[in-house]
Design a protein around this ligand. Sequence first.
Ligand SMILES: Nc1ncnc2c1ncn2[C@@H]1O[C@H](COP(=O)(O)OP(=O)(O)OP(=O)(O)O)[C@@H](O)[C@H]1O
Length: 681
Amino acid sequence: MPWAKPAPRFVSRGQAYRQLDDEQYPGFTDNDFQMEPNIRMLSRRPTGFVELGLQEVEFVNELHNTDAEKKTDLHLFVQSLSKCLGATKFGLSFEFQDLGFKPPKSTKPILSDVSGTINAGSLWGVMGASGAGKSTFVNVLMGKTAHTGGVTKVNGVAGKISKYKKIIGYVPQDDIVLPELTVRENILHSARIRLPANWSDSEIQSHVDILISCLQLAHVQNSLVGSTAAPVISGGQRKRVSIGMELAAAPMALFLDEPTSGLDATAAASIMATLKALSRLGMTIVTIIHQPRQEIFESLDSLVLLGAGRMIYCGPEEGIQPHFEGLGFQFPDHTNPADVMGDIIAGEGRHYKPKGDATVQGLIDHWATRQMDRPGLNKHSSTITVSEMNSLTAIVKLRGAPWYKQIWFCFQRSVLQQYRMKSSFFFELGVGALAGFLIGLAELNAKGQNFRGIFNDPYEVLSSSIDYASVPQMSLLVGLAIGLTASAPGVKIFGEEKLVYWREAAAGHNRFAYYMGKVLSTIPRMVLANFHFTTMFILLATPVIGWLPAFAANLLYFYCIYGLASCISMITRREDGPLLAVMSSLIVGVLNGMSPTLQKVRSWHIVWLWRASPGTWLAEAYFTQNIGPLGYLYRIEFARSALGYLLNKFSDDLLMLFVIGTALRIFAFLGLRFMWRAKQR
Ligand SMILES: Nc1ncnc2c1ncn2[C@@H]1O[C@H](COP(=O)(O)OP(=O)(O)OP(=O)(O)O)[C@@H](O)[C@H]1O
């Protein structure tokens, strides 16, 4: 195992470089593998850092000793990456000049005049006090938030960084992973969607295998991730899964929002060691980090320090202390320089600089003046040749499975999720059967006699009383029962994962594929729930309508209620969704033309409202199927004109139920696509 702690062996930087073999390691040069200047120095540092140094040594030794059987996971991961990235260097460099952000309704900018360069293949930390603008800076830099000033460059070429989002990973602060899937399934899904379209499944699987080993997740790869409330794997492992979902896409740069927050010291050091190793492979890593421990602080190559939305420092980690000392701050012996620096940039600099300006504003002004003295801030930034630019564009173009494959992957994943949530699936089936049983029980006494009309000639005079309302009543009960059965699960399926959808949409997943996968995955669920409902209902109520037409009409009504639930879940907060969906299903159930009759609402000129409700089409379908066959006995035309339904339009009724259900899904998709757009960037 590459990460297992080998016996301590110290090599010089030169020795390490000499062991690199470019032939065995295509696209990987000495410059990409920047060994710490003095590995022996690392051994004086606390555990996490020592391990990192040793991993590097081990890695170099492995390269030296490589034979077909003894390739390390890390080596294989690099090969897998290089296959993805062709001859292009792994890392991306970013430049930003005078970046600013002012919210539309605010008079004061949150971020202003932020300039600097992030070199390829290095580990950058973004630090600052709470509210200093760290997340805003990263969001603006990545193009997640539209900036109100400044320019960004990728590899020396001006343009939006978001253009390259398929090759840039972003790990949010919250671990947005699917709890019902295993570690491997979460990572594999991301790989399938985001790796180049021409990769075969076995290539993707082996890329994921290697990545899982590199992330030290092999022993838990088949464990469910679990929710934060009921975790199955540890917090550190969960964070690794979240990072793995981005690394699965073989990114050239990785941005992370506080990847160590909430983790214990060992887990945090381990995550940082992984990030450091990745940066040593050439990937550009930019991480927001809050109050890091000394060893984590020292593992960073460079830092962006922010205060009140302005730049305080941008440069190498080892330059920080001299920078502040040059400003008159004193770093007491035996203290963690990271803590001292944290205090200074949080406005507590007075403790370390009794005399003179120790304010954050002073630091900002000093940095701004220094930059004015050095106008060529970005002169060291890398520039890209035309062929490199073309190759980068080609890499971006190749990324991502085609939309139809993404539908399939999303469908498979959603079915798997539902399978894993078996209890809620069986609960829905049970509720469907119970609802069918109860409605059937309510209709039991009628013994299938749901209509009495005026007899046909010449028996008209024998007619005693009429009962036109029982069939619409029966369809009302059916509609309400299906509404109650399907609306809450519908909201759960479509509404529980908005965060996942936003993360995936921001990472370049196809939004339509995500939604379509979800829609298709509900079909088996609806069919089975409806099967139980309709069978129980028909067995007890024995209506004139046969099992098959009732099954078809009810299924399409289920389809409408699921569509309604998905609309509701797009526009409401998660906790309000089920209640609102049940309420809406009651409304569309009641708008079925029974009372007031369709004839009545037609005279009010608002029949369109009833016609927009699936309840009316269900009632009309039931009307045709239950009353149509009695035409030999009764004057069913009288009933039709009294109630206002159309007769013998069963297939049109089914078609309209399908159209309404589909229209609801289109609205839901538009809501998903165009609401909360900022979160999808
Ligand atoms: N869209 C916005 N509209 C208005 N204010 C905003 C917006 N985005 C951020 N802010 C404000 O800007 C300031 C900086 O926010 P940001 O989230 O970037 O800080 P941070 O340094 O990441 O803080 P923390 O470490 O606490 O997460 C905060 O005061 C925040 O309330």
